[in-house]
Design a protein around this ligand. Structure first.
Ligand code: HPA
Length: 283
């Protein structure tokens, strides 16, 4: 696929979405496994199925729908992606980040990424919310590999603040105000689809990871490339392999994140106004 092609595809997707709504979203949200119900809090919603958007694929994983929702959350114009693409599904990195690039193309200035993750830090418990401070890209791939799309961003993007400090502080402040407890830490993104071995989890801890998952890193890189501020929230759905006596299952991941969805929703709804250009956080 030529680089002009990708740019043209993003433009086509953006234009087809803009034909369906007048609303100009300011903030994007990508909802992880089990967190889809957060979309129920969007008012004046325009819902577009991925199958109606040019060049979008359909997610194949249970717990991931396949809808874009544009509307308002707590008065803030937002675009939500309910369902994401993972590298382990066999998609190329370019396809994995296509929805991210599309919502950035709609003009958002901030992207909130949510995910379900395993707790590598031994102090973490299932149901904890971790604000992502940084990531480890251990996927063995990068969405910016190949010729640089100079229309999108620079060849060598700086990632020294891949998770925007101002956005992180806004989430921490809201959590403190609402007395919602939280963790902070480094998210390790792995290819999957196998969960890790206990030895891999020990390795991840040595490398400085606090949580592990199979998403978020590509989207964060693509958004940073485009100059969009990124915030990341992990729902710690399980203790990573070797830390608990029972085996890991996708059902446990879905169930725990569904139980945490309410708190996540409260946190996100209350933080959104702080992330707008009118709010205290500046790029
Ligand atoms: N490992 C990788 N990805 C995950 C996990 C895990 O333990 N839990 C939820 N997503």
């Amino acid at each position: 696929m030529s680089q002009m092609n990708i740019y043209k595809k993003i433009k086509e997707a953006v234009e087809s979405i803009q034909k369906q709504t007048q609303l100009q979203p300011e903030i994007g949200l990508i909802l992880g496994s089990g967190l889809g119900p957060i979309a129920e809090h969007v008012t004046d919603a325009t819902t577009i199925s991925y199958s109606q958007i040019p060049h979008f694929h359909n997610p194949s994983v249970e717990g991931h729908a396949g809808k874009m929702i544009i509307g308002k959350m707590n008065q803030v114009p937002v675009v939500l992606l309910q369902g994401r693409f993972h590298l382990y599904e066999g998609h190329s990195m370019e396809d994995v980040v296509f929805p991210t690039r599309t919502i950035c193309g709609l003009g958002i200035h901030t992207l909130v990424l949510t995910n379900a993750a395993g707790g590598v830090n031994t102090r973490f418990r299932p149901g904890d919310i971790m604000f992502i401070e940084d990531h480890l890209n251990l996927m063995g791939d990068n969405p910016l590999k190949g010729p640089n799309l100079s229309q999108l961003g620079p060849r060598f993007p700086d990632l020294s603040e891949a998770y925007h400090r101002g956005c992180l502080d806004a989430f921490k402040k809201t959590a403190e105000e609402l007395k919602i407890s939280f963790q902070t830490g480094t998210y390790a993104g792995l290819l999957g689809p196998t969960y890790e071995t206990p030895a891999e989890v020990r390795m991840l801890r040595t490398l400085g990871a606090d949580a592990v998952g199979m998403s978020t890193v590509p989207e964060s890189i693509a958004a940073n490339h485009l100059g969009v501020r990124v915030a990341g929230l992990s729902c710690i759905t399980n203790l990573a392999a070797g830390l608990s006596p029972h085996k890991l299952s996708h059902q446990e991941v879905i169930d725990t994140s569904a139980q945490t969805a309410d708190q996540m929703k409260t946190l996100i709804l209350s933080t959104l106004p702080k992330l707008t250009h009118k709010g205290p956080v500046k790029a």
